[in-house]
Design a protein around this ligand. Structure first.
Ligand SMILES: Cc1cc2nc3c(=O)[nH]c(=O)nc-3n(C[C@H](O)[C@H](O)[C@H](O)COP(=O)(O)O)c2cc1C
Ligand SMILES: CCCCCCC(=O)C(=O)O
Length: 371
C-alpha cells in the first residue's frame, strides 16, 4: 500500500492547524467547486454558527493531573477506534483530487481513522473498501427506487462496510444560493458512480403559479420513519441516523431500534438558521441518556472542539470540509497530516484539562459562568 505518511514533508510548512488548509484549497479549486465544497444553504448563518458556537465555549484547565497510560481509544458498535474522530461522508471527492475517495481512504487507513463513505461518492464503494485498512461505514441516501436502495445496502454489506448511516435531514436539497450564483454543475468525469443504472424521477417542470415542491414527485418518494423501519428489518449492520437536531427525533430513533445517532445539520447545507450542532447536543444527550452512541458533526476544527463535544455528551465527532481542503491541497498526505494535527490537538487539550482517557471527559470541563 502506498504510504501517505512518507510524503508528509510535502505539506506546506506554514500549515499548523486545520484552518490553514482553507486558503491553499481555495487556490486549487475553481470558483464553482469552491462554492460546492465550502458553501452552505441560503445566507449560510448555520454554516458560520457551527464554528462560532464552538469558539464561544470556554474550557477549564486542571493543575497537576496524573496522565500516566493516557490514551484516546474507544469502541463503537464493537469496533475499535484509536480516537473519537471519523471522516464525515462527503460526496464527489474527485472534484478536488483525481483519486478522490481512494486518496482519502488511504489517508484514513494510515491515520487509523474511521471513514463514512457517501452514497454519492465519485468512486465505487467496492473500490474504496478494497483499499481500506480502517473501519468503513456506508452513508445511505434512501433512493426513490427502493429495490435499488436495497441493492445498495447489500453491496455495502458484501464489501465489508461495518455500519449503515442513513442521512435523514435532506429529503430535498437545501437552497444552495452560493452554488447557484457560481453556476456549479458536476463536470464531466465526476459522477455518483454508485447510483449508475438507477431509474431517476421525471424532471420537475413547475411553471410560475405552480407549487414548486408540494404535490410534485420528489416529496411523494421522500423517505419517512416507515423507510427507517424497513431498513432496520433489512440489515443486521449497526444502523445510525445522521441529521438529528430535535430531541423528539432522537426519542423516535430510540423507539425505532436505531443503534446510533449523529447530531448534524449537514454542515449548514440544508435548513439555514438552524442552531449550531454543539448548541443542541446537550438537550439530545439528555434524551439518549447514554443508551446508544451519540455522535456530532458540524464546525469541528480544533482538538478543543472535539473535547467540548465529548464533554457535552458525544461519544465521537466527524469532520467534513477540513479533510476535503487537505485533500485538495496535498492529496492523501494532506488528509493524513490534517488528521494527525487534530489528534495532537485533542491530546494536548485532554492533558491540559486533566483527562487521561475519554472516560474522564465530562461537562465540568466547561466553564459556564453562573452555574
Ligand atoms: C461538499 C460536501 C458534501 C457532502 N456530502 C454529503 C453526503 O453525500 N452525505 C451526507 O450525509 N452528508 C454530506 N455532507 C455533510 C457532511 O457529512 C457533514 O455533515 C458536514 O460536512 C459536517 O460539517 P463540517 O463540514 O463543518 O465538518 C457533505 C458536506 C460537504 C461540505
Ligand atoms: C438531496 C441532497 C443531495 C446532496 C448530495 C450530496 C450532499 O449531501 C451535499 O452536497 O451536501
Amino acid at each position: 500500500m502506498h504510504d501517505p505518511l512518507s510524503k508528509l514533508q510535502q505539506i506546506p510548512a506554514s500549515i499548523a492547524a486545520l484552518a490553514d488548509y482553507e486558503s491553499f484549497a481555495r487556490e486549487r479549486m475553481s470558483e464553482q467547486v469552491w462554492a460546492y465544497m465550502a458553501g452552505g444553504a441560503a445566507d449560510e448563518l448555520t454554516l458560520r454558527d457551527n464554528c462560532a458556537a464552538f469558539q464561544r465555549l470556554r474550557l477549564r484547565s486542571r493543575a497537576l493531573p496524573d496522565l500516566t497510560d493516557g490514551h484516546t481509544r474507544l469502541e463503537l458498535f464493537g469496533q475499535r477506534f484509536e480516537q473519537p474522530i471519523l471522516l464525515a461522508p462527503v460526496a464527489y471527492q474527485k472534484l478536488v483530487h483525481p483519486d478522490g475517495e481512494l486518496a482519502t481512504v488511504l489517508a484514513a487507513s494510515a491515520a487509523r481513522v474511521g471513514m463514512v463513505v457517501s452514497t454519492q461518492a465519485s468512486v465505487a464503494l467496492e473500490d474504496i473498501a478494497r483499499q481500506a485498512q480502517t473501519p468503513l461505514w456506508f452513508q445511505l441516501y434512501v433512493q426513490p427506487d427502493r429495490a435499488f436502495t436495497r441493492e445498495l445496502v447489500q453491496r455495502a454489506e458484501a464489501a465489508g462496510y461495518q455500519a449503515l448511516v442513513v442521512t435523514v435531514d435532506a429529503p430535498v436539497s437545501g437552497l444552495r444560493n452560493r452554488e447557484q450564483r457560481a453556476g456549479f454543475a458536476l463536470p464531466e468525469g465526476v459522477e455518483a458512480v454508485n447510483l449508475r443504472g438507477m431509474r431517476s424521477l421525471p424532471p420537475t417542470t413547475a411553471r410560475i403559479g405552480d407549487s414548486p415542491l408540494f404535490g410534485g414527485p420528489l416529496l411523494a418518494v421522500a423517505p419517512t420513519w416507515r423507510e427507517l423501519a424497513w431498513l432496520r428489518s433489512l440489515t443486521c449492520l449497526p444502523l445510525l441516523v445522521k441529521g438529528v437536531m430535535h430531541p423528539e427525533d432522537a426519542r423516535r430513533a430510540l423507539a425505532e431500534g436505531i443503534d446510533g445517532i449523529i447530531v448534524s445539520n449537514h454542515g449548514g447545507r440544508t435548513l439555514d438558521t438552524q442552531p449550531a450542532t454543539i448548541e443542541v447536543l446537550e438537550e439530545i444527550a439528555r434524551v439518549v441518556e447514554g443508551r446508544l452512541p451519540l455522535l456530532l458533526d458540524g464546525g469541528v476544527r480544533r482538538g478543543t472542539d472535539v473535547l467540548k463535544a465529548l464533554a457535552l455528551g458525544a461519544s465521537a465527532v466527524l469532520v467534513g470540509r477540513p479533510y476535503v481542503f487537505a485533500l485538495a491541497t496535498a492529496g492523501a498526505p494532506g488528509v493524513c497530516h490534517a488528521l494527525q494535527l487534530l489528534r495532537a490537538e485533542l491530546e494536548v487539550a485532554m492533558a491540559l484539562t486533566g483527562c487521561r482517557t475519554l472516560a474522564d471527559i465530562g461537562p465540568d470541563l466547561l466553564w459556564r459562568p453562573g452555574r
